[in-house]
Design a protein around this ligand. Structure first.
Ligand code: ADP
Length: 625
């Protein structure tokens, strides 16, 4: 039984937080509120159209969909009306009382802290309905859900503070009417010219007509006006490519995503033949904040023969392209298709393959024509694209050609080198593509593992993304050149320089071994080092310490593999240690060497205090001598 009285309710905490941000921090781009409200109205119409496919009664005999904009300069009000699905009392209290998106609270707290009104950040988040409070001091929403009786209509009202009210109402027409009592400084939003301009900008490409009262310019200030459709009312993607300007694509993107910046790139294709469909895909300039949240669903808006069917359909692109926004309009799929059916549909599989190729080709194209733009792309999405290597159906060669890395070629932190560049620069005799894994760029760049390779002018890729170790496990080779970790096993190119083991070395190694025996698998002379006394390495098939730590953290049993300590016999410190006669002092030296080689690899020490005490002892000796 519907509640008959007025109720005052409080917004969920995240709405209050969002409203606070909107009202106090967002001054620029206030006009986007109209885009958001028109977009909600169009969604409501889409929803009704879709529901009516299985229940025609909902249309109540009226399938003439429209959005109307009503304005009154004398009262300083603006009203947005739609004859879409509408909302029941429960729905309105729920939809306009909280924010459905997960991760909202974290995002908003972060935004509060930035101290700036970053419209693009909040834009990609999508402020939606609540953006009305940028321009309105009070908002009244009147709604009747399609299919419900007049007396079940509802009136929602709020001044954008902590609370809102919900009261019964009587409304003949189905759908929603949103009445904005504009703030004094927002009076231009009830001016005809301004509204016309905004509707053109934000709703031209909408398939629904947007009507408003217009004055006849010819008859100068004629009072008799009439309702006129002021947008083009043709779905953008159904137009021929050469009839659409870049600006129109950009406006459509902003409308679709709520983003306030232009997209980084887009691709629009109409495919005819066995499968008929149109796709319009965009890459946002900034990666969405929730791309890495597991519970999030990403995907395209699905239309079938121009009718909106489902949002966020993830079946049309692989997860590693989940940053793509856009629409797919199919001519072949059945209008009553469900999400479950989509997963098994052979046509959907075929489209997924084709769309994946489209996106990768678009990226190839950017690489060729706009290298600077590609850098931007890689900064935002490189880590996600790398996940593609795990996708069995992915074209690995094409994917790998899109990857970018930091390298010892220029020691710059930015990832700009392709594998192709690397191979072109390889030395004549060089067989392997060398890479180094590290937790940070500084650790990587200064790693002792690079010393001898640098001396020989052999380039090494510096891999510091968290997923890089996992990534390289999928790429044994590129262009027939094997990938080789510089921290593992023997380095072929340096084998010729291997230090011959002398008796003296053997004696030193035995002594060190006796001290470090439980911690080290083996001690051997290094061929990697020039300026450092020692470093840790692993055998070819051993798990790295970082990966061991990750496995342990995720609760997996890992067999601990001990590292190998490589020493640089020609280093002054090693010579000095070798000459130490006192066994106790020698042991201290051995531990110091062991601990130092952990530090330079970025591996935390088991007992840092012991290390500091040891080092200090030697330092003090130095000063007292
Ligand atoms: P979003 O549109 O991103 O879901 P909003 O804050 O804009 O977020 O809107 C919240 C919800 O309120 C919508 O998902 C929809 O269910 C409902 N809503 C908003 N405007 C309308 C409308 N004009 N008609 C019907 N429902 C609406």
């Amino acid at each position: 039984m519907a509640q008959k009285n007025k109720q005052t309710l409080t917004f969920k905490a995240e709405v209050t937080q969002l409203l606070h941000l909107i009202i106090n921090k967002l001054y620029s781009d206030r006009e986007i509120f109209l885009r958001e409200l028109i977009s909600n109205a169009a969604d409501a119409i889409d929803k009704l159209r879709f529901s009516a496919l299985s229940d025609e009664k909902l249309l109540e005999g009226d399938a003439n969909f429209y959005i109307e904009i009503d304005y009154s300069p004398s009262e300083n009000t603006l009203t947005i009306i739609d004859n879409g699905i509408g909302m029941s009392r429960e729905e309105i209290a729920d939809n306009l009382g909280k924010i459905a998106k997960s991760g909202t609270a974290e995002f908003l707290s972060a935004l509060e802290k930035t101290q700036q009104s970053d419209a693009s950040l909040i834009g990609q988040f999508g402020v939606g309905f609540y953006s009305a409070f940028m321009v309105a001091q009070r908002v009244d929403v009147f709604s009747r859900r399609a299919g419900l009786g007049e007396e079940e209509s509802v009136h929602w009202s709020s001044e954008g503070d902590k609370k809102f009210s919900v009261s019964p109402y009587i409304q003949k027409k189905r759908g929603t009417r949103i009445l904005l009592h504009l703030k004094e400084d927002a009076a231009d939003f009830c001016q005809e010219w301004r509204l016309r301009q905004l509707v053109k900008k934000y709703a031209d490409h909408l398939a629904v007509p947007v009507k408003m009262l217009t004055t006849d310019q010819e008859k100068e200030k004629a009072t008799a006006g009439q309702l006129e459709v002021v947008n083009e009312a043709v779905a953008l993607w159904t137009k021929a490519k050469n009839k659409i300007t870049e600006k129109e694509y950009y406006d459509f993107y902003q409308y679709l995503t709520g983003d306030t910046t232009d997209p980084l790139a887009y691709t629009h294709h109409a495919v005819e033949g066995k499968l008929e469909y149109t796709s319009l895909l965009f890459i946002p300039r900034v990666a969405a904040f929730d791309l890495w949240q597991r519970e999030q669903v990403f995907g395209l808006k699905l239309y079938i023969q121009r009718v909106f069917i489902l949002d966020k359909v993830s079946e049309f692109l692989p997860p590693y392209l989940r940053f793509i926004k856009g629409i797919l309009d199919s001519n072949d799929l059945s209008l009553n298709i469900s999400r479950e059916m989509l997963q098994q549909d052979a046509q959907v599989q075929a489209m997924r393959q084709a769309l994946t190729k489209r996106v990768l080709d678009m990226l190839d194209n950017i690489v060729q024509k706009e290298p600077e733009l590609y850098r931007q792309f890689w900064r935002e999405y490189g880590q996600i694209l790398k996940e593609g290597l795990a996708d069995l159906s992915a074209d690995r060669t094409q994917l790998l050609s899109l990857f970018r890395f930091a390298s010892t070629h220029d020691d710059r932190e930015e990832h700009t080198h392709s594998l192709e560049d690397y191979v072109l620069r390889m030395q004549k005799e060089q067989k392997n593509i060398y890479y180094l894994l590290a937790e940070s760029f500084t650790l990587a760049k200064n790693s002792p593992h690079l010393e001898q390779l640098r001396a020989k002018g052999i380039e090494v890729l510096l891999l510091t993304d968290r997923i890089d170790e996992w990534v390289v496990s999928f790429i044994p080779h590129y262009n027939d050149k094997p990938f080789k970790n510089v921290g593992k096993g023997e380095l072929e190119e340096l084998a010729a320089d291997s230090v011959e083991k002398s008796d003296e070395h053997n004696a030193l190694i035995e002594r060190l071994q006796a001290v470090l025996k439980d911690k080290i698998k083996e001690i051997r002379p290094a061929h990697r080092l020039v300026t450092s006394p020692a470093c840790l390495v692993h055998n070819e098939n051993d798990m790295s310490p970082a990966l061991q730590a990750v496995m342990k953290a995720s609760g997996k049993e890992v067999e601990v593999t001990l590292p190998i300590l490589e020493i640089n016999p020609n280093h002054q410190l090693i010579e000095q240690i070798g000459a130490e006669k006192d066994d106790a002092l020698f042991a201290e030296w051995a531990w110091l060497l062991y601990e130092q080689s952990h530090l330079v690899a970025g591996i935390p020490l088991e007992d840092p205090t012991a290390y500091v005490q040891r080092a200090n002892k030697f330092l003090m000796q130095q000063t007292t001598e």
